[in-house]
Design a protein. Structure first.
Length: 648
């Protein structure tokens, strides 16, 4: 016979097992109750309490038990095996009640065992699956948890993302989001896996695969090209990594590949968003041939369906904000100078900026915390605050409480469906504790809409800076060494660089015709700052005592912030309904279209990213709009980590 102590141990073990396997099925109360009855059935076989233990006394009251240590004698005798209850000590009715109680307790205990068996089977399957987050939505924190727990490795992640790219990039829906994958990615991942085991992770980005817009330079030994989508730069050798790449490498990120983009960051001419000579016509994953927006089109499409953990884009005017909205993402267009542009194929040093495009504001904050900072190769970064905030700490659900948020109306128009969703968003923001000031117009809004000063500045900057880029290359097999050479190259290679949708390169030609940074240029530059900042965003904030502005992401929204050099933070707002009339975005793409997403943007003054991230996060967490609709089924890759882990 087993001792009472052994029975207690067995019962305790069964309780722990029940808790372990019943938790995820909601059976914990039933299991604990049944196991307690099993305990009672065991105790019904011994004499009535109080029970004498070798190390204590259990004293009973009506509905509670307390344990008191009364043993001081080290030589206390161990408990003898109990004797079964003797019927001769009980009356007839008591004996019947005892037998009924014992059988009832035993029956309920058996039910508990069956529940445990079912729970074991069901929850083991769920537990196995939960080791591998769904890569369609997987966050950086989920991936880090799996990597830390050893459920999978960074090598597994790279293999999984490579397989997902293979499924939908050129095959199936042919989204053309990725220009090339990194042949060194698996080796990078293996080295980072080894480092994780030996000394832990460097940062939250350790071992996390990131896809880069194809205007962000990586050294030739990496095995990838940096071309802005143009064959004129295929095989060119850059002198060093871009500034943001140096920071990503230091943080332990895995460089997964290069994303497609609107060629030359949409500064070529009449070319549809998402088209490049090297990458072809990229399209949105939410409707066949829908406009992905650009110029960071591939980064947007890839992030939207989990072709990478996170992606990087660049913006001169709208190139992060618009594809973030069109692809159901969270994105940050930082203040000019918060992130380095060194080593990024330029349009304009006055407006270019690099930022994250991700599936959540949390992931965007994590990436921004890595890539933000000063760089001696980019003088604009030297103007940023000496100490930058930890953007992850901005992620608070109550961030909008007490904030004053303004709504510019004059000069800003949008689609009726977007307007309805925007009105609902304002109510949500108000419900989160913010004061909505509506309208809160930019005094310069109509002047911005009519002004061509931005075009003047960008045309001049592009020629000056692109010529400098070509000159900085260690080598370039195409022989192109200037903007004039580029225009000639495109004319000489129509099969490579003359798209079927549009055939001109008018923007390149206009830029080539400029005569440098003369008086007219500096006047336009100064007027841009006045319109966008002094009499624009800053004036609206100051005159209405505001913390931020809010607008739908698409349209004129991006231009005031672009010419001011100010930040925009964007999160999902909604989706076009199934009955929306399909419009044209060019011969090869459509917009609007059923199910295509659109975004909500928070704007602020210089280096106000921390506050904007908080506002966007609070709205995102309240609405969870991204989860309301997925991409079309054929655009969603099937490969998951469970298909990779443990396979050769």
């Amino acid at each position: 016979m087993i001792s009472r102590a052994q029975r207690y141990s067995h019962l305790a073990l069964r309780v722990l097992i029940g808790i372990r396997f019943a938790r995820r099925r909601g059976r914990i109360i039933l299991v604990l109750r049944a196991l307690w009855l099993l305990y009672q059935s065991e105790e019904s076989r011994v004499e009535n309490p109080p029970f004498r233990l070798s190390r204590g006394v259990i004293s009973q009251s009506d509905d509670s038990h307390t344990v008191t240590d009364t043993t001081t004698d080290k030589n206390s005798r161990p408990l003898h095996p109990p004797n079964p209850p003797s019927d001769k000590h009980l009356g007839l009715s008591q004996r019947k009640m005892s037998v009924m109680k014992w059988w009832l307790s035993t029956f309920l205990a058996l039910i508990a065992c069956l529940q445990l068996a079912r729970g074991l089977s069901d929850t083991e399957n769920a537990r196995t699956t939960s080791k591998f987050p769904d890569l369609y939505e997987a966050s950086v924190l989920e991936l880090q948890a799996g990597l830390d727990a050893g459920h999978f490795t960074s090598v597994d992640l790279v293999k999984a993302y490579f397989a997902r790219i293979e499924e939908v990039n050129l095959k199936g829906p042919a989204l053309r989001a990725v220009i090339e994958v990194n042949p060194s990615a698996l080796a990078q991942a293996a080295a980072l896996d080894k480092e994780r085991k030996k000394s832990g992770k460097r940062s939250l980005m350790h071992g996390i695969p990131i896809l880069l817009k194809d205007n962000i330079a990586t050294i030739a030994s990496e095995g990838m090209n940096t071309t802005a989508g143009s064959f004129s730069l295929l095989g060119s050798v850059v002198p060093e990594d871009a500034g943001v790449i140096k920071r990503l490498r230091k943080a332990g990120a895995v460089l997964l590949g290069k994303a497609n983009l609107s060629e030359w960051a949409h500064f070529r001419g009449r070319v549809a968003s998402g088209w490049s000579g090297r990458g072809g016509q990229g399209t949105n994953a939410y409707f066949k041939n829908a406009d992905p927006c650009g110029s960071s089109s591939g980064s947007g499409v890839a992030a939207s369906i989990g072709l990478a953990a996170v992606t990087l884009g660049s913006e001169t005017d709208g190139s992060i904000t618009c594809p973030t909205g069109n692809n159901n993402l969270a994105g940050i267009k930082p203040t000019v100078g918060l992130t380095s542009r060194a080593g990024v194929i330029p349009i304009s040093e006055h407006q270019d900026t690099i930022g994250p495009m991700t599936r959540s504001m949390t992931d965007a904050a994590i990436v921004l915390s890595v890539i933000a900072g000063k760089d001696p190769n980019d003088n604009y970064t030297l103007a940023q605050p000496d100490i930058l905030p930890d953007y992850i700490k901005a992620l608070k659900k109550n961030a909008l409480k007490g904030a004053r948020i303004g709504v510019p109306r004059t000069g800003f128009t949008s689609n009726n469906f977007i307007n309805v969703a925007f009105t609902e968003a304002l109510e949500t923001i108000k419900g989160l504790g913010a004061t909505i000031v509506d309208p809160a117009d930019l005094p310069s809004a109509l002047e911005i809409a009519r002004s061509d000063n931005e075009t003047v500045v960008l045309n001049v900057d592009f020629k000056v800076q692109l010529n400098a880029w070509f000159e900085s290359l260690i080598s370039n097999p195409s022989g192109v060494r200037s903007l004039a050479d580029l225009i000639a190259f495109n004319d000489a290679n129509p099969t490579l660089e003359k798209p079927t949708n549009f055939t001109d390169q008018s923007q390149l030609i206009q830029s080539e015709a400029t005569t440098g940074r003369n008086t007219s240029f500096f006047q336009s530059l100064a007027f841009n700052v006045e319109l966008g900042a002094t009499r624009g965003i800053d004036a609206a904030l100051r005159e209405n005592n505001l913390d931020a502005l809010v607008l739908p992401a698409r349209g004129l929204t991006t231009t005031p912030a672009a010419i001011a050099g100010y930040p925009i933070v964007t999160v999902p707002l909604g989706f076009f309904p199934d009955n929306v009339a399909i419009g044209s975005a060019g011969p090869l793409t459509v917009y609007p279209a059923p199910g295509v997403p659109f975004g909500l943007s928070f704007l602020g003054t210089a280096f106000s990213e921390f506050d904007l991230i908080g506002y966007a996060f609070a709205y995102e967490q309240k609405t969870k709009t991204r989860l309301a609709r997925k991409a079309i089924p054929e655009a969603i890759p099937k490969t998951q980590l469970k298909d990779i882990v443990g396979k050769a």
